[in-house]
Design a protein around this ligand. Structure first.
Ligand code: B3K
Ligand code: ZN
Length: 868
């Protein structure tokens, strides 16, 4: 196929789009003027200044993407287009016989209220808004819907003034006025050329909360948050996070905001977290609205990080965008890295880094080990929306972090700035970015490109050899990446290993001189093996991968005693935390075989940590908290889910018993003052454990706490009670519902904790789906029930009835919102790792669903697992 669709635009998801097929666009759109008449039937008129690119075949037709549009008219240079010059194709049409430059005017009609896919222009509650990434714009008007076509946009919105008093689009508002039929209009000009995926418009009756910001250059910026009436009091935190992010980008990278106004709109119905549209971010309301009464500390931190993420995209993503969607990690991995560094700076480096590591290991490592494993820069896809994954985002961020570690802070800053300068206003590739960093640092980083191309999580084995007669210890590192679908053979990757050597007293001994050594505590492994000779009078204990210096699985030759030492003595918080995770995993593995002998070393370590006065309670809470279930799950090749859950339960109960004393003290505190998040985290971990023991006093404490005015405390109590099958739990659920039934975001959490409960049966989940407040059209509500059930309530999900219900749910979602269906599909395609009869049952459910799956999104996910 040789037209502008190649490697760039959708064709209805029936064919593979391949990175190797990329061709530059034949035509560009220099400027577009949109006139949008907003209504239940919205009419969009578009005037595009089209120009054929130099070198393109003059005979080649122009391809315009257009999906689900009612095309009313098309004119070229103000004349109707002859019928034989318009040829319809899958997902768009060709226009033949164009001069080098022309003006194309199209008019089409769309129906936002019927748009349940939430892609394009759609209704979110009473307002209308857009989501264009990746290919939503071609559901609004015909366009060259690919990220390497950048145009200047002017948008005129017209609507009923009563129903839609607020009319927003990207850029600056240059005109507004009323019309005599009760309608009004606004006109927006965005001075920056942009790809159409960054287009946004909003029409609604929204409250405006204003803030301000002054750049370090002294330029005033208006900050505008548009929210539902009644939610005006819930934006303070997001507003402050935005200011912090703006300041941080100035201080760290010298990047200043470039428009006069920064707008954020909170939408009730949104497929993901937020969207970085130029000057007009649209956010899932769950990541904007918060007060200590209604949101948990975790939500506050998530708001900080997502507000920053979308803001940082203004440079990494918007000013410099991606050449094609294969380069998605160019903007996403880099921007996640930037938001991570920001969160480390404003929220605390060690705890944030452990959080990041925990999430990577709990979500991305499983993806890399499963049927949908793919490189950070994929080679082919059918539906690009399936590639907004933890691999592209989080593993992509880890690659940037490794390059940052290799070249250091100041060269990284210089490299990023020069990348932005060189490519400003254009669409770039991952090579462009790596090249700019390499040049700035004077270091060849090309070896890291292999990380973008190779799927799977490398295993890094570390073996110690003690040679007493030579007075030396030898450390053998060996890397190996298991095969992933379509990639049987793997090559060695550059792995930065940040490490320390501990002697018997816990003192740090220096690393020996070695060509792989890059700094005091940094080695760069570039081959399959690396051997380090260390002169020493005693065997040393290596603390490896400090701060998770590479996204790999460490396979150390550690004894239980070594792990216990690392958990207490290591200077690096991540290494301490990881050692405890390993002790948990060992104990769990033994419990799976009805052996409780490995509980003791874990419990002793936890008791030592609990006995020490906590310096940083948030960190202590992390050390004591149970491991993420999905990470623990990854420790096994084949699993009996019922045994897995029983062993997990025994593990947690054993910890609760062993630490009962300090846990009781922490659980009973009431740390409500702002800024006490660390204390709340520890209090909540403690309460969670103690509730497993089900004493009357603790049940009563939790029951009272469910009504606390601090949501972090209330939610933990509710969640903990839902792990018990008690009358207190029933009462608490009822009371909580009565209190919060009118607050959609809090009610989402109410649904989620119940679906996640090990006591919520498949019928119980069914009842939640039939609850009058359940809403199939609202992604937050759907995720609350459906994702919580499959990811946390494993004993009920893993049953024939559980799989059948899940498949039915996905089928239903697939018909209305394919992106959500595909994202939720993952738990149903993990059957290769399950023991029988679960494996066969889940495979059968997935196969039956495949036969009924309507969208390419869901089909592609299922096919990845069912290919055999
Ligand atoms: N760029 C968007 C994600 C778009 C997802 C499209 N299915 C949000 C973000 O990463 O900032
Ligand atoms: Zn992003």
């Amino acid at each position: 196929m040789a037209d502008d669709r190649t490697a760039a635009t959708p064709d209805g998801g029936t064919e593979w789009i391949r990175r190797a097929d990329y061709q530059p666009p034949r035509y560009r759109i220099n400027r577009v003027e949109l006139a949008v008449d907003v209504d239940a039937r919205t009419v969009v008129t578009s005037r595009m200044q089209i120009e054929r690119n130099a070198g393109a075949d003059p005979e080649a037709p122009l391809w315009l993407d257009a999906r689900d549009l009612e095309l009313l008219s098309i004119r070229v240079d103000d004349a109707p287009l002859a019928a034989d010059r318009l040829v319809h194709g899958n997902g768009g049409f060709w226009v033949h016989g164009l001069p080098t430059q022309c003006l194309i005017e199209t008019q089409c009609a769309i129906h936002p209220e019927q748009n349940t896919a939430l892609e394009g222009f759609y209704a979110s509650g009473p307002m209308y808004c857009t989501q264009c990434e990746a290919h939503g714009f071609s559901r609004i008007t015909p366009f060259i819907d690919r990220p390497d076509v950048l145009a200047r946009f002017q948008v005129r919105l017209t609507a009923d003034a009563t129903r839609f008093p607020v009319l927003l689009a990207n850029g600056d508002c240059i005109e507004r006025g009323t019309l005599d039929d009760g309608r009004h209009f606004t006109v927006w000009e965005d001075p920056f050329p942009k790809p159409c995926y960054l287009f946004a418009m909003v029409a609604g009756d929204l409250a405006l909360v204003r803030g301000d910001y002054r750049t370090s250059e002294g330029r005033p910026i208006a900050l505008e948050f548009y929210v539902d009436h009644g939610s005006e009091g819930l934006v303070d935190h997001a507003m402050e996070a935005l200011r912090q992010a703006m300041r941080w980008d100035e201080e760290c990278f010298g990047l200043h905001y470039d428009l006069d106004t920064y707008m954020v709109v909170a939408a009730r119905a949104f497929n993901m977290g937020a969207m970085e549209n130029k000057g007009l971010n649209i956010f899932n309301s769950s990541l904007v609205l918060a007060s200590t009464r209604t949101a948990t500390d975790t939500t506050f931190d998530a708001i900080t990080s997502v507000i920053a993420h979308e803001y940082f995209h203004n440079y990494t993503g918007n000013r410099v965008t991606c050449r094609d969607w294969f380069q998605l990690s160019l903007k996403e991995g880099l921007t996640v890295f930037r938001d991570q560094r920001f969160s480390e700076d404003v929220l605390g480096a060690s705890v944030q880094r452990i959080e990041q590591a925990r999430a990577l290991r709990a979500v991305q490592f499983p993806e890399d080990a499963g049927p949908t494993a793919h490189p950070v820069r994929p080679d082919a896809y059918k539906e690009v929306n399936n590639f907004y994954t933890p691999t592209v985002y989080e593993k992509g961020a880890e690659i940037v972090r490794m390059m940052h570690a290799r070249i250091g802070e100041s060269a990284f800053r210089e490299g990023l700035r020069s990348y932005l300068q060189q490519h400003d206003g254009t669409a770039a590739t991952i090579e462009d970015f790596v090249q700019a960093l390499s040049t700035a640092a004077g270091v060849d980083l090309d070896g890291f490109l292999a990380w973008y191309g190779q799927a799977g999580t490398p295993r890094l084995a570390v073996r110690r050899e003690w040679l007493p007669e030579q007075g030396r210890m030898r450390l053998h590192f060996n890397q190996h990446t298991p095969a992933t679908p379509g990639q049987p053979d793997k090559q060695p990757l550059p792995i930065p290993i940040r490490m320390q050597l501990l002697d018997g007293e816990g003192e740090v001994r220096p690393l020996p001189a070695h060509p792989a050594r890059q700094g005091d505590d940094l080695l760069l492994m570039t081959e399959a093996t690396l051997t380090l000779d260390i002169d020493s009078d005693e065997p040393l204990l290596p603390a490896c991968l400090m701060g998770l210096s590479a996204p790999v699985i460490l396979q150390g030759d550690y004894s239980t005693l070594d792990l216990q030492r690392l958990a207490v003595q290591a200077g690096d918080p991540y290494v301490r935390w990881d050692a405890l995770q390993q002790l948990h995993a060992q104990a769990h593995r033994a419990l799976m075989a009805d052996d409780d002998s490995l509980l003791e070393p874990l419990l002793v370590s936890l008791q030592r940590i609990a006995a020490a006065p906590p310096e940083d309670e948030a960190f202590t809470a992390m050390l004591l908290a149970p491991p993420a279930m999905s990470w623990l799950w990854e420790q096994y090749d084949t699993l009996d889910p019922q045994r897995f859950m029983a062993a997990f339960q025994s593990l947690k109960t054993a910890v609760a018993r062993a630490l009962c004393g300090p846990l009781s003290v922490w659980a009973q505190r009431n740390p409500i003052a702002p800024g006490r998040a660390g204390q709340r985290a520890l209090t909540n971990v403690a309460l969670g454990y103690l509730l497993l023991l089900q004493s009357d006093a603790v049940l009563a404490l939790a029951r009272r706490r469910v009504c606390d005015d601090n949501m972090t405390l209330a939610m933990a109590a509710l969640q903990g009670l839902n792990q018990t099958a008690t009358g207190e739990c029933t009462l608490a659920n009822a009371a909580f519902y009565e209190r919060w039934r009118d607050d959609a975001l809090v009610l989402d959490r109410w649904f989620a904790v119940q679906a996640a409960s090990p006591h919520c049966t498949v019928e119980g989940v069914q009842q939640l789906l039939e609850h009058p407040d359940f809403d199939w059209q609202n992604p937050n509500r759907v995720r609350a029930v459906v994702a919580s059930f499959a990811r946390e309530n494993l004993s009920h999900f893993h049953s024939e009835a559980g799989y059948a219900l899940y498949a039915d749910i996905l089928q239903r979602l697939d018909r209305s919102n394919p992106q959500i269906a595909a994202r939720l599909c993952r738990p149903l395609i993990g059957f290769a790792r399950l023991a029988e009869p679960w494996s066969g049952q889940q495979r059968a459910a997935a196969r039956a669903l495949r036969a009924r799956a309507a969208s390419p999104n869901l089909q592609e996910m299922l096919d990845a697992a069912l290919h055999d």
